[in-house]
Design a protein around this ligand. Structure first.
Ligand SMILES: Cc1cc2nc3c(=O)[nH]c(=O)nc-3n(C[C@H](O)[C@H](O)[C@H](O)COP(=O)(O)OP(=O)(O)OC[C@H]3O[C@@H](n4cnc5c(N)ncnc54)[C@H](O)[C@@H]3O)c2cc1C
Length: 110
C-alpha cells in the first residue's frame, strides 16, 4: 500500500523537493501539497518587483502547476491543526488529511 506523504507549506525550503516530486512518486508515495496560496513568491525579487524590474509572474512559483505536473495533489488551504498521534491534520476548508509522513515549511509571520 502507498505511503501518504504531505508537504505542509510550499515555502523556500520546500521548493527543491517540490521540483523533484516525481522521485517520491517513483519511490511509491502518494504525495499531497497543502499551501495557503497556489503561488509562492520569491522574497529576494520583491524589491525588484516593486521597482518595476520584474513582472509578478517572474517573481513567483505556480505551486499548483508544479505539483500537478508531477501527478501529485495540490490543496489550496491553510493547515490549522495537527494531531501527531493520529497522524492527521485539519485544514481551513474543514477537511482532514491522514499521513504516514509529513514535512512542514510554513515559514514565519511578523
Ligand atoms: C524583501 C525580502 C528580501 C529577502 N531577501 C533575502 C535574501 O536575500 N537572503 C535570505 O536568505 N533571505 C532573504 N529574505 C528572507 C527569506 O525570504 C525568508 O527567510 C524565507 O522566505 C523563509 O523561508 P521559509 O521556507 O521558512 O518559508 P516561506 O518562504 O515564508 O514560505 C512559507 C509558505 O508556507 C505558506 N503557509 C504559511 N502558513 C501556512 C499554513 N498554516 N498552511 C499552509 N501553508 C502555509 C505560505 O503561504 C508560504 O507559501 C528576504 C525577505 C524579504 C521579505
Amino acid at each position: 500500500m502507498k505511503k501518504n506523504l504531505i508537504f505542509a507549506g510550499a515555502g523556500h525550503a520546500h521548493i527543491h523537493s517540490l521540483s523533484n516530486l516525481h522521485e517520491f512518486v517513483r519511490a511509491g508515495a502518494s504525495v499531497t501539497v497543502v499551501n495557503k496560496s497556489r503561488y509562492h513568491y520569491y522574497s529576494g525579487m520583491g524589491p525588484g518587483l516593486l521597482s518595476g524590474y520584474y513582472s509578478l509572474d517572474e517573481t513567483r512559483f505556480d505551486i499548483k502547476k508544479i505539483v500537478e505536473s508531477h501527478g501529485c495533489r495540490f490543496i489550496e488551504a491553510e493547515v490549522k491543526q495537527i494531531f501527531p498521534h493520529e497522524k492527521r491534520i485539519f485544514l481551513s476548508d474543514n477537511t482532514a488529511l491522514n499521513y504516514d509522513l509529513i514535512s512542514f515549511n510554513t515559514g514565519s509571520e511578523s
